[in-house]
Design a binder for this molecule. Structure first.
Ligand SMILES: [Zn+2]
Length: 313
């Protein structure tokens, strides 16, 4: 069942959070929907413009539609992650998205407001929600790269005006997380005092945390034991920080890196441990199951398990 994220946020605010899983492949889509139905948990399936164009935009949408027939109790929303105006307008026009992100966070405040507002006007005509971003995350996501030195936290004093002027429906904030596998190489972690001040300025307004992967050290170790050369200072968001962030109005937590790491680990182990094998469905099946298991555990951590059938629509 497709549900607007607006319903998710009204139900979960301050109590639990919805994982927003970035998908690129068949195995991820299948694992995600299977996990959602098994755990009776609401989720957001999201894709970047790069993911949409990896094959063709029709492909991921087709897989999502098929997965929702295979798992009819899966309760989900479809979201475009990190779009510009052209990406967002294309997704809105497709009639397949409940929600789009316009990321103008690298622009000055007034430009960000203007660009975000222009997408909100079009989106709201078709009941599509808009996620905007204020503040800049460091790290790498697809073709998006921001120098660590230019990273800047969300300025709490700006959030009220931003939300009022743009009429966006949720706000991604920069409070210390970053994209990719090296979130806290500076060692600072989530800045809860900033998050708290943001919540005070926009109470009951859904906040989105990008870069929410845990970057499990065991995954890094297993990848490196099988020929990988990931830096061991790779570090994600600790589970305790995620739980804490929910209290401050974080409703949506974006997860992309963790599924990439599991992909790398499963395939590296398969090729190193069984060098005589070359059948894609063997590691593919393992990866599907590992994605499902990972996401079921994530639902538990975020408090979303069992919540799909309890949603007040
Ligand atoms: Zn992001």
């Amino acid at each position: 069942m497709i549900v607007s994220p607006k319903i998710f946020y009204e139900n979960c605010y301050g109590k639990y959070a919805i994982p927003a899983i970035n998908i690129f492949t068949l195995e991820q889509v299948f694992g995600l929907f299977s996990a959602g139905q098994k755990a009776n948990a609401p989720f957001i399936v999201q894709m970047t413009p790069v993911a949409r164009n990896y094959t063709h935009p029709e492909m991921l949408l087709g897989m999502i539609k098929a997965a929702s027939r295979v798992y009819p109790k899966a309760t989900f929303a479809i979201h475009l992650d990190h779009g510009n105006e052209a990406h967002a307008l294309d997704a809105i026009a497709s009639n397949h998205f409940n929600s789009v992100m316009i990321d103008a966070s690298h622009d000055p405040f007034k430009t960000n407001v203007k660009r975000t507002r222009s997408v909100v006007i079009e989106a709201h005509k078709k009941n599509v929600l808009v996620e905007a971003e204020l503040g800049v995350l460091s790290g790498v996501e697809d073709d998006l790269s921001v120098e660590e030195k230019s990273a800047r936290y969300t300025e709490p004093a700006e959030v009220e005006e931003f939300v009022k002027e743009t009429q966006c429906d949720s706000l991604a904030v920069a409070v210390g997380t970053s994209h990719g596998a090296y979130k806290f190489s500076g060692g600072q972690g989530i800045q809860f005092h900033i998050l708290k001040e943001i919540q005070n300025r926009i109470p009951n307004f859904p906040i989105v945390l990008h870069g929410g992967s845990a970057v499990n050290a065991t995954e890094i170790r297993r990848i490196n034991e099988h020929g990988g050369q990931l830096k061991t200072n790779a570090k994600g968001v600790p589970p305790g920080d995620i739980i804490e962030a929910i209290k401050y109005g974080v409703c949506k937590i974006n997860i992309a890196t963790d599924l990439r790491l599991i992909w790398a680990r499963v395939h590296r182990e398969f090729f190193i441990d069984t060098p005589d094998q070359f059948d894609p469905i063997i590691p593919g099946k393992t990866y599907m199951e590992e994605c499902e298991q990972f996401i079921i555990e994530k639902f538990d951590l975020l408090g979303a398990t069992g919540k799909a059938s309890e949603l007040k629509l």
